[in-house]
Design a binder for this molecule. Structure first.
Ligand SMILES: [Zn+2]
Length: 589
């Protein structure tokens, strides 16, 4: 496997800069190589194996300078793999393809109209991974160039032919992408979530190449965790369309896990039969924290003092729930209505939450604040270095879940009680499709998933671990001791109170923007690593008037009435909807 990437460009700008950002995201070492050096320099055997990333236009230029008889530049010839992007229909490109493929019929042709459907090969799962065999409908895809007449193994095709494929020639793997476009990870995520269909040919080929060519050197996820998250239900036998006993049976039959995003306000209302069901099925059913009172956008506020009160009150109620029922919960926040502010993640971090999970990727007060680079990470760390794991609706499409997995992100599916109409057929069928993807999904309780959502690689005889949540579970399945060098993005070490490994404090230090510490792992052992942050202050009872309590109660009961009516009295539910619309119109008039 290649140990480093050589980025061929005149200057690290434009597409070269965009590729450099993608290499950085996967922590792959790279060097710039000028086109001149491609002609002049001989490979350095001591430098180890490498992959080359180069625009087609530079290769045709170099070929013209060297002349055809001199063959490939030595640096290209000695590369383990070459990613070439941006074909054109010029004679120079055709000749280059004929040289590589030893086929006189090799050519590049433009599709007649705009392409709209891209098919990902099911025959090369080592490269296409979870996206194997998917068809992706691509909006407004311009006419594309397709490769033909050469023995290329297609990885992505449109109706007329291959737009990204692999050609093996004289010991080198050539990854040929006809599109010149490269995604810019510095752009903000528009429309609430990242949709890979908008940038399929500028994003997927380079990611597939990097994952395959640099598999040994990149920071890899240790598994692909998965969990279904259902927002809002009270733990009683039926909630809206949800029947918890049926849900438990389906979780076994269809192989999935489910976390209920539990509203702390409901801490006194769980029924013992459902609590016992959760305890009996603890590997399948779990609960996480969903706001505090679940009033509209309650974690979207900008007052850190008030958010501290809310976070503390939410934790206190969950503790009372644990005390009353004996049911453990995961200290993972699911923001009500997906709303959070730039302040909220920092507040949660200092109140013992290990992560958040959310559908919306940007804060209310910075709607364009989250970049594509942030959502391509295992979790968004842009706000106070606190991890926000992104989750998706089934409506985002299977291709988006699959691309998240290709990036190494966990698979988090969100549902509400009304998705369980008609025996939950829609949700169950989607879970079956997820389970059929070319990836081994590890369905876990949400907390366990978060603790295993880290990246690692072997480096200098030890393991380098990049953590995201404030807790991770490290494992040494081998028969010899192992040392892990753990790091986490942390701009201010003063925020850290202590770092514990299995409850024993360990030394830690700051190196640049990283918090660092070492963990010794004995053979065949597991260790729970935990970062404790300093307390955020404030009291959970501050500012909670009788009136506020009454409003929260009214809101909860009315929301539940709505959900129950929808499931059991659809006529009443429809009438209420009509009345609500009429009332809203009357108030505007
Ligand atoms: Zn909710």
């Amino acid at each position: 496997m290649a140990q480093t990437a050589l980025l061929v460009c005149d200057a690290v700008e434009g597409n070269a800069l965009r590729i450099a950002r993608i290499l950085d995201l996967f922590a792959i070492p790279w060097q710039q190589l000028s086109p001149r050096a491609l002609v002049d320099r001989a490979p350095d055997a001591a430098a180890g194996s490498y992959g080359v990333v180069c625009p087609m236009a530079i290769l045709t230029r170099v070929r013209a300078e060297r002349g055809r008889v001199n063959g490939l530049p030595p640096l290209i010839d000695a590369a383990e793999s070459v990613f070439v992007y941006g074909a054109d229909a010029t004679p120079a490109t055709r000749e280059l393809l004929r040289d590589w493929s030893q086929s006189e019929s090799a050519t590049v042709a433009e599709t007649e109209g705009p392409a709209s459907l891209c098919t990902i090969s099911r025959h090369v799962p080592t490269i296409c991974g979870p996206m194997s065999g998917l068809q992706v409908s691509v909006p407004s895809l311009q006419p594309q160039l397709v490769f033909s007449g050469l023995s290329i193994e297609p990885l992505i095709s449109v109706r007329e032919g291959c737009v990204f494929g692999i050609l093996r020639s004289q010991g080198t793997a050539w990854y040929l992408a006809s599109s010149a476009a490269v995604i810019d990870l510095g752009q903000p995520v528009e429309q609430g979530y990242f949709d890979v269909a908008d940038s399929l040919l500028s994003a997927v080929p380079i990611v597939m190449y990097i994952r395959q060519a640099f598999a040994d050197i990149m920071l890899q996820p240790v598994e692909c965790g998965a969990c279904l998250i259902i927002d809002d239900p009270v733990l009683r036998p039926h909630y809206g369309f949800i029947d918890f006993h049926r849900l438990a049976r389906c979780a076994v039959e269809h192989n999935f896990s489910c976390s209920i995003a539990f509203i702390p306000w409901n801490w006194r209302r769980s029924r013992s039969s459902v609590v016992e069901l959760f305890k009996r099925n603890r590997d399948r059913l779990s609960i996480s924290v969903h706001g505090c009172d679940h009033t509209g956008a309650e974690f979207g506020g900008s007052s850190s003092g008030w958010l501290n009160v809310l976070a503390k009150r939410a934790s206190a109620r969950m503790e009372k729930h644990r005390g009353r029922t004996g049911l453990e919960h995961d200290a993972v926040m699911v923001f009500p209505q997906g709303a959070f502010s730039t302040v909220a993640p920092g507040v949660l971090k200092h109140n013992g939450f290990m992560a958040a999970v959310n559908t919306e990727v940007s804060p209310l007060d910075a709607p364009s604040g989250t970049r594509i680079a942030d959502v391509w990470q295992m979790a968004i760390l842009r706000y106070a270095d606190f991890p926000i794991f992104t989750r998706r609706y089934a409506g985002h499409g299977l291709h988006n879940f699959a691309f998240d997995m290709l990036l190494g992100k966990p698979c988090l599916l969100v549902a509400h009680h009304d998705d369980f109409q008609h025996d939950g057929r829609g949700v169950l069928e989607f879970i079956d499709r997820l389970n059929r993807l070319d990836v081994a999904l590890a369905w876990r309780p949400l907390g366990d998933l978060v603790r295993r959502a880290y990246r690692a690689r072997w480096h200098g005889g030890g393991q380098q671990v990049r953590m995201f949540a404030s807790e991770i579970m490290l494992e040494n399945g081998g028969s010899t001791p192992r040392q892990a060098a753990v790091e986490k993005l942390e701009h201010g070490i003063a925020a850290v109170d202590r770092v514990r490994v299995d409850d024993r404090p360990v030394e830690f230090s700051q190196a640049g923007e990283l918090l660092r510490f070492a963990v010794e792992l004995t053979p065949r052992s597991r260790s729970l690593v935990r970062i404790d942050y300093r307390d955020g202050g404030a009291s959970p009872s501050r500012g909670y008037s009788l009136r506020a309590h009454g409003q929260a109660a009214a809101r909860r009961y009315l929301s539940e009435l709505r959900d129950e009516c929808q499931a059991r009295a659809p006529r009443v539910y429809r009438l209420a909807g009509t009345a609500r619309t009429w009332l809203a119109g009357a108030m505007r008039r």
